[in-house]
Design a protein around this ligand. Structure first.
Ligand SMILES: [Fe+2]
Length: 152
């Protein structure tokens, strides 16, 4: 059984973001599996994959918030930044041989749940509006846009 089951209540209603959040939850489950197997090599691999994916996801969210003119972009970026620092600290401690499993698993779940339900749901309206506007852009312009490639 999975450590953490995705729940529909975590959906913010923007499918591209919801799918990325789901993938992060999957990585957290993979990490749990690696900790349970006590295989340091797999823990290390999953930790890095989770961190990399999360950083790209944050960059993606930030770019949408920026284009949407979202008012709280800067504070939201700060929250992302702090989380990346925290995860990096755990990774360092792990490489120093510390047992980070219990604390890290708890922190990942609590942080992500809170972040999605509060911080991410807060930008929902602005970003949804942006995406709706992007859909109205004429096809010739759309072809050249990186954005259109993702959402077109
Ligand atoms: Fe976020």
């Amino acid at each position: 059984m999975a450590y953490w089951n995705w729940d529909a209540s975590y959906e913010i209603g923007i499918s591209v973001i919801d799918n990325q959040h789901k993938r992060i939850v999957e990585y957290i489950n993979e990490l749990h599996g690696a900790f349970v197997s006590k295989n340091k090599e797999s823990v290390s691999v999953v930790l890095i994959a989770l961190a990399d994916y999360t950083v790209s996801h944050f960059a993606f969210e930030e770019s949408l918030m920026e284009q949407a003119g979202y008012l709280f972009l800067e504070p939201h970026k700060k929250v992302h930044e702090k989380f990346v620092e925290t995860v990096s600290r755990y990774i360092n401690d792990f490489h120093k041989g510390e047992d980070i499993s219990g604390k890290l698993m708890a922190e990942l779940q609590i942080w992500l749940t809170h972040h999605i339900l509060h911080d991410d749901k807060d930008y929902k309206e602005a970003v949804q509006k942006l995406l709706a506007e992007k859909r109205e852009i004429p096809k010739e312009i759309k072809k050249k846009s990186w954005f259109a490639k993702l959402f077109g």
